[in-house]
Design a protein around this ligand. Structure first.
Ligand code: SAM
Length: 324
């Protein structure tokens, strides 16, 4: 059995395009159409290769609305040792070594992978630059807003914070509602338009303990363990790699500090991708818990806020509290 199982895995990877795809998936999660664009091959062909990789347990997939996401399988580290786990691990290790090898074709795939990510991020950034003035109205279109802010604050447990960080602060709303709980706060955002509105909002509210800065939430210029509380409010569904933002938040937290994430539960409003730059259609508790575990955080509380009945375009909102 062990020989058959290993052969199944090695046959699946023993083809140039599939090996290239595997190296791409080691770099990060991608949709079928992104992989198609990177490789310059037809979608049916790429889908066939992906199916072979998935059937051999080398790739994991999940469908979300019209998009299918693929990533390299994490199997093997989870403890259970099947006959083919060793073969899969060997393939994943070989693909990781190839990704770093400097091979010309793989390096070009790697450049296209980065360009794809940058293009996705640029699309979302353009959306925020265009819609900054409208953001407060747009946000309330899909959120049952009345309760959310109170629930978010209650999850902060009245903790007094020396430093509160709002990642992807937008118009600075979280800095406003947390004011009074922190001695100092910084909101980071990549959109200059959003930041100038946030500054005006803080001025208008007379909040002098918070400031906003231009910065990428995946790499913030702050020391490890600098913050008592970090907030990611309605940000993760725009990101190519939400787990990386959770990892960065975890890095910033003091021991015992809290990360508060508010985002959508899984939903099917596909038009939010086209019209509002969403990449992900919400997140399950399991997915959030996985990011927490990978970042050394413990998911400690989950709140679910459903829209009032009859509200067809409003979405269920989740708030997850994760402790460092
Ligand atoms: C949907 S808005 C949410 C804003 C705010 N948290 C709120 O709830 O009103 C998402 C914000 O994240 C920002 N953003 C997205 N990716 C970012 C990144 N990598 N670094 C910093 N800000 C980012 C966008 O510019 C945008 O202002």
């Amino acid at each position: 059995m062990a020989l058959d199982a290993a052969l199944h895995v090695f046959r699946a990877i023993g083809e140039e395009t599939r090996l290239r795809i595997m190296v791409l998936l080691i770099r990060g999660e991608l949709t079928v159409s992104e992989i198609t664009a990177i490789l310059g091959q037809s979608q049916p062909r790429v889908s066939r290769h992906l199916k072979i990789l998935a059937d051999a347990g080398l790739a994991e997939r999940h469908r979300e609305g019209a998009w299918m996401f693929y990533r390299a399988a994490s199997g093997g580290d989870a403890g259970g040792e099947d006959d083919d786990d060793a073969a899969r691990r060997a393939v994943v290790e070989a693909a990781a070594a190839l990704a770093a090898s400097g091979d010309r074709l793989l390096a070009r795939d790697g450049e296209r992978f980065e360009q794809t990510r940058l293009a996705r991020a640029a699309q979302a950034a353009a959306y925020f630059e265009e819609n900054a003035q409208e953001w407060n109205r747009l946000r309330s279109l899909h959120l049952p807003e009345q309760d959310i802010e109170a629930r978010i604050l209650s999850l902060a447990d009245d903790r007094q914070m020396s430093l509160f960080i709002d990642m992807g602060t937008g118009t600075g709303r979280m800095l406003e509602i947390f004011a009074g709980h922190y001695a100092a706060a910084i909101g980071y955002d990549l959109s200059h338009e959003m930041l100038s509105i946030a500054r005006a909002n803080l001025d208008r509210a007379g909040i002098t303990t918070a400031q906003v800065r231009h910065g990428d939430i995946l790499a913030l210029p702050l020391e490890n363990g600098a913050a008592d509380c970090v907030c990611l409010h309605q940000v993760l569904h725009f990101l190519v790699d939400p787990g990386a933002a959770v990892m960065e938040a975890a890095r910033l937290l003091k021991k015992g500090g809290a990360l508060i994430i508010s985002d959508f539960a899984p939903h099917e409003l596909e038009f939010l991708r086209e019209e509002h730059a969403h990449r992900r259609l919400g997140f399950s508790d399991t997915e959030v818990e996985g990011w927490c575990e990978a970042s050394g955080l413990k998911l400690d509380k989950v709140e679910t806020l459903s829209p009032a009945s009859g509200e067809t375009q409003k979405l269920t909102v989740k708030i997850w509290r994760c402790l460092a």
